[in-house]
Design a protein around this ligand. Structure first.
Ligand code: CA
Length: 220
């Protein structure tokens, strides 16, 4: 799952980016509103963390513009301390959740997990597909209850497929959601990750839909 982090406070942005990376997300950072807008309008993200007080273009204008343009990505808004009107405006502007500064990083992570879960139609905190279970909180994967060790990219591929269980996910969609930045992307790597995942999780765990992509759990 890929997150856009729009935050201009350098120390906070670095801290959040590190925590999100540790939690298994691919993170792309924007330090001002213009950059955030460019990324949100041209690239694909599973969630956006948006500080409302951004230079160049403020977060609230961005949020309204995105919603008007049909960008439906879940947005977690970060507001200044005690600014209740910012919260109200954020929610009215199309935010899915908000956090007031200062906050605990753990809470941001928990709220993001919930947003991503809801946007992919999942109710349970732990994702399950046949014998495979994935716990987004601990970034842990198991087959029949036995823990399986995955690299960070293998984990990202699996998490994306499991958040979209029953759906066909194309190779290009997977590539978009597992790399933080577009220049990291190489198309043939997905096949390598899928092959490794099948070795670790069982050959039948991931289905190839010829000419279209991959699928986990053929019935949702
Ligand atoms: Ca700010």
């Amino acid at each position: 799952m890929r997150i856009l982090l729009a935050e201009d406070e350098t120390a906070l942005a670095a801290q959040l980016a590190a925590a999100l990376g540790d939690a298994g997300y691919a993170v792309e950072c924007a330090e001002d509103g213009e950059r955030a807008d460019e990324l949100a309008q041209t690239e694909s993200f599973d969630a956006i963390v948006l500080d409302l007080g951004l230079p160049k273009l403020d977060g609230l204008s961005l949020l309204r513009a995105w919603r008007e343009a049909g960008v439906s990505t879940p947005v977690l808004v970060l507001t200044a301390r005690g600014s209740w009107h910012e919260k109200v405006q954020g929610i009215d502007g199309g935010a899915d959740d908000y956090m007031a500064k200062p906050f605990r990083i753990e809470e941001v992570l928990a709220r993001l997990r919930a947003l991503i879960r809801r946007s992919s139609g999942q109710i349970a905190a732990e994702l399950r597909c046949g014998a495979v279970t994935l716990d987004p909180k601990a970034a842990r994967v198991a087959v029949d209850g036995a823990p399986v060790k995955l690299t960070s990219h293998e984990y990202r591929v699996l998490a994306y497929l499991m958040h979209h269980r029953g759906q066909i996910v194309s190779q290009s969609e997977l590539i978009e959601h597992i790399y933080a930045q577009s220049f990291d992307r190489e198309s043939n790597t997905v096949e390598v990750f899928i092959a490794r995942l099948r070795r670790k999780l069982g050959t039948a765990s991931i289905e190839t839909v010829r000419g279209m992509g991959y699928r986990m759990g053929s019935t949702s």
